[in-house]
Design a protein around this ligand. Sequence first.
Ligand SMILES: [Fe+2]
Ligand SMILES: [Fe+2]
Length: 293
Amino acid sequence: MQLSPTAKSLFTALPGPVRGGAAETYLKYLKAREGRLDLATRTLSQREPFFVRMAEQPVRATMDLDHARFHRNHASDQPEADLSREMLWLLAVAKANRTECYGMEAHIVVNGILDGEKADTQAYVDMQEVYHTRILLDVLRCFGLEIEIGRPALAARISVQAMVRLPQRVALPLILCSEFIATVVFRLLLDRGRELFGHMPEVWSRASTLLQQIMIDEVGHISYCHARLGPLGLSAARALLPAVAASLLSDQKEFALLVGRARFAEACATFNLDAITEGCGEKPFWLGEVSVA
Ligand SMILES: [Fe+2]
Ligand SMILES: [Fe+2]
């Protein structure tokens, strides 16, 4: 897999002082942006008003949608033949966070999360991941769909259980790859979503605003994870990237059908900070130098 200059720079170690101060710099950013972390209610104080506003002004698409078919496919590992592109997109969104959601719940049980004054950088990152599940449920709600997040496939469950139990320095290369791939997936879902639903301005404005929140968070996660790895860990991550990309496509069949393998590979290879956060209306947290691809 050939990589763009920005993507390549993610697998090259950052200067020592940047790496050494990364956790503190990121924590400052996170506290200022997110406010207080409360594990009991699973909330970040400054993030809640956004969700209250969304709940007060619900948006519902008026399109024809075969709900039974959606739910049947949501419960299945194998998508039915001839699903519309709209249906593939909705299923891809519904399944996008399965592994992460399962992983986060396992992580909370095994390792816990520090909250309030004690909340550290990792705690904020974890709580952002909890929000991602909620965000995806809200996106589906715009289309009149209520779901419970399903369990990922057995192989994904096993690798998640290993990741949450392994020492962080061993798991980090895999986590960097997962954050990178997740960011590319959400970018492509935003692009495809705009093509499919852009003609419904109110619905698309709501759904894209929600998905853009995930993008901003995930780019920060990539940068922080990058900063925590040295040359050895980063070369391990670079070696793992094609396998992580391949497993995403085999796990998320609706996404693979919607986007296509070639487009996905191209988006991974041409990863560029400006392109990936296009239209997000907020600069993400980023520690590395921004190279123009
Ligand atoms: Fe996430
Ligand atoms: Fe993440």
